[in-house]
Design a protein. Structure first.
Length: 570
């Protein structure tokens, strides 16, 4: 099944045949004899094998053709003066693959790595409730399974409510300020769980954590989009979510040690778990104020007088990202969104299918994953055994995550990648449904581990939503809306397994099987939805003359993915 990448179609004013093709000036249209530097061969036209992308001559020109090579579209897409990186915009800038690879590696080490550290701390504070469950957490506080479900539901609900406000604050003050502020705020709530006394305080801290952490993930993704192209972002997001799994693996080992503090000063071990891990997040949050530059051209600060990048490197970073997606300059990083803009984005029906899938695409695999440690305890495993036995599923999920994200890029299909997870989960859920009280605990452990270690394709769907949004402002809101639907899915997941259905959760597993089948049908429908839109736009666009295409680009009031020259990814 072939796919069409989300991208605008442009009138081409350059030769795209080779790395050595020369072009006439697109910057001095009144003088057709002026030569400009050559452009690189378009990557999209180079053949790639199934397992590897095409290799480039390191000293060949890497600069890709774009709207900035056409005198008409250059002025339409020229970055506005208020954009923070405008001073590095240069449509004549050219660089080699050697330079591009070097700067991307530097971005990976300086920007991406710290994003992973921050996400590590988020998940450490978000998932340690699972480890606390193995240390009689519910019994100590006089809670039932339904109380635990309610706590998870309130957490997801507050997380959902905070998504859009958090994104709007981030867009106004800058993610480099808001993200570290969020981390400091939720770290105090997290370590404050040391003093939990019962159902009321448990539910209150669940709500507060949701409010403080809501918006963190889309905030970071928007921030990363300032530095990476659409092609690079999905794989980076895969490694971003690897830090999530690493937090759960490392957290399981940390919990194994900290929970042994039960009885010290008459306190339960889970209290020390919350206190120490919350303190770790506080330290990372404070450090993040110094580790997050506002943009590629704003890395200099009083504590970093020379900055991270040279002028040449800044020019390459700015122009390669803009050539990949010119819409990234339509808002600066301290510009807020108006209510009218938000409303227009909410009305974008073309994004609704992706939002809708955010609710249910992970529901089939989430309850078995959430209840893994609690189920192991119910089967008779000790606290230490339950924590250690949760590690294989985390490791398996981490490996599958990376493989599936690379698989998505290799086959260039979001739908196949996302639907394959449902095919993976369906036979395992059917097997889980057939289990009885006589089933061996180790067989149960093996199947639930495989389900909990499912290929986590959320990064693919996040990148898909970002790609189909078009425009910084649209991405800001659509990322929040999408994540709100994902959190709504988390609320659904938190209530599939009920107290009166334990320990085998037969009724709940029937629901999971039904939703799994439904997801496969819906993904097929979304495929035809986006393919149909693209085919219709192709017919209209190709029926126009070059003059009519230019006239449309100059006069249209269509914006973002509503433009006739935009193609959706699927």
């Amino acid at each position: 099944m072939s796919t069409v990448l989300a991208k605008p179609y442009y009138a081409k004013a350059v030769s795209e045949g080779s790395d050595t093709a020369s072009t006439k000036s697109a910057f001095s249209p009144t003088d057709s004899t002026v030569e400009v530097p050559t452009l690189g061969a378009p990557v999209s036209e180079q053949k790639a094998s199934f397992w590897r992308q095409p290799k480039h001559n390191l000293d060949a020109v890497a600069t890709q053709p774009s709207v900035f090579d056409d005198p008409t579209t250059l002025e339409q897409y020229r970055p506005p003066p208020q954009w923070e990186n405008t001073h590095r915009f240069d449509p004549a800038a050219r660089w080699t693959w050697r330079e591009e690879y070097r700067i991307v590696r530097r971005i990976d080490w300086l920007i991406m790595l710290w994003a992973c550290v921050m996400f590590f701390s988020l998940d450490l504070d978000r998932s340690n409730i699972s480890q606390a469950n193995t240390d009689n957490f519910l019994k100590d506080l006089g809670l039932t399974t339904n109380d635990f479900n309610l706590g998870n539901t309130l957490f997801k609900l507050c997380f959902l409510i905070a998504e859009l406000p958090s994104q709007l604050i981030s867009k106004r003050v800058g993610p480099d300020v808001w993200i570290p502020s969020q981390m400091v705020l939720w770290s105090f709530v997290s370590l404050g769980q040391f003093w939990l006394t019962g159902r009321g305080s448990f539910l209150a801290t669940r709500c507060l954590l949701g409010f403080m952490q809501g918006g963190f993930i889309p905030d970071v993704i928007l921030y990363l989009s300032y530095f990476y192209t659409k092609k690079e972002l999905p794989v980076r997001l895969a490694w971003f979510w690897v830090s999530n799994y690493m937090a759960e693996i490392v957290g399981a080992f940390i919990a194994t040690g900290l929970l042994k503090l039960r009885g010290v000063n008459g306190k339960a071990g889970w209290r020390y778990l919350f206190l120490i891990e919350g303190g770790l997040t506080l330290g990372i949050g404070i450090a993040s104020f110094f580790m997050m530059p506002p943009s590629p051209t704003q890395t200099k600060a009083w504590f970093r007088p020379k900055g991270w990048f040279t002028e040449r490197e800044e020019t390459i970073m700015v122009n390669r990202v803009l050539r990949d997606d010119p819409s990234k300059s339509n808002m600066h990083n301290r510009e807020g969104l108006s209510l009218k803009m938000i409303w227009n984005i909410l009305k974008d029906w073309r994004m609704w299918p992706i939002y809708a899938m955010g609710i249910i695409f992970m529901v089939p695999v989430t309850p078995p994953q959430t209840y893994l440690t609690l189920s192991l305890r119910n089967l008779g495993y000790t606290t230490t055994q339950s924590n250690l036995l949760s590690i294989p599923s985390k490791f398996l999920g981490m490996v599958f995550l990376v493989l599936w994200c690379y698989f998505s890029e290799i086959i260039d299909s979001r739908i196949i990648t996302l639907a394959s997870v449902q095919l993976y989960a369906l036979p395992l859920l059917i097997a889980l449904y057939t289990f009885t009280s006589e089933t061996s605990p180790w067989v149960y452990f093996a199947v639930v581990t495989l389900i909990a270690g499912f290929p986590y394709v959320h990064p693919v769907q996040v990148a898909w939503a970002s790609t189909n949004s078009a425009g910084v402002g649209t991405r800001t809101v659509s990322a929040s809306i999408y994540n709100m639907f994902v959190q709504a899915g988390g609320i659904v997941s938190a209530n599939v397994y009920r107290d009166d259905d334990k320990p085998l959760y037969k009724r709940g597993n029937r629901v999971l099987i039904a939703i799994c089948v439904l997801n496969m049908v819906l993904y097929l429908g979304i495929y035809f939805f986006y393919k149909g839109i693209n085919q219709r736009r192709d017919r209209i666009w190709n029926s126009w003359t070059a003059k009519e295409q230019h006239e449309y680009l100059e006069t249209t009031k269509d914006k973002g993915n509503a433009r006739m020259n935009f193609r959706f990814a699927y």
